[in-house]
Design a protein around this ligand. Structure first.
Ligand code: S3P
Length: 170
């Protein structure tokens, strides 16, 4: 059984949608940021502050490779997974990779009260606009994409992904 790999910018709903798919299908949800935090014994914010972003990207790269060797799981990635093309290439080998998209206003609405994302510390709107702009082509290059902008609830997105996954399994 293939994995379902959820990719997309911060605040596009990867973890929320992943939980819904897990509840509906009984598949296990593996959240990459949570696994990185558990293994490091510190939060993502602490890893960025104490060891720097390059170290975080190394941990992320190693975990992506490891998880790409599993099967039948839902893998919720961090928003920067697309920065290293090897991550996507690995996940494509054993999984259905789906990119969730959202416009800047939707992202801002979803993350406005969040303080756990080091890359958005400070002026959130400015950071979102500039990071989204620099990564847009990477998210757009993923074959399966769902635009979640303005969608009030994550359920239809989860449903769409389950249907897509089942169409590939049968
Ligand atoms: C990041 C996204 C975060 C987390 C880290 C870096 C990024 O994950 O991996 O803060 O570079 O976009 P979420 O997409 O789950 O917020």
């Amino acid at each position: 059984m293939k994995n379902i790999v959820l990719v997309g910018f911060m605040g596009t709903g990867k973890t929320t949608v992943g939980k819904l798919i897990a509840a509906e299908t009984g598949m296990t949800l593996l959240d990459m940021d949570t696994l990185i935090e558990e293994r490091a014994g510190k939060t993502i914010t602490e890893i960025f502050a104490e060891e720097g972003e390059p170290h975080f990207r190394t941990l992320e790269r190693e975990l992506a490779h490891e998880l790409s060797l599993t099967s039948g799981n839902i893998i919720s990635t961090g928003g920067g997974i697309v920065l290293n093309p090897d991550n996507i290439a690995d996940f494509e080998k054993t999984g259905l990779v789906v990119c969730l998209l959202a416009d800047a206003a939707t992202v801002l609405e979803r993350v406005k009260n969040d303080s756990t994302r080091p890359l958005l510390a400070g002026d959130k709107e400015t950071k979102i606009l500039s990071i989204l702009d620099s990564r847009k082509h990477l998210y757009e290059s993923i074959h399966h994409k769902i635009d979640t902008s303005g969608r009030p609830s994550p359920e239809p997105t989860a449903r769409e992904i389950i249907d897509l996954y089942r169409s590939f399994q049968s």
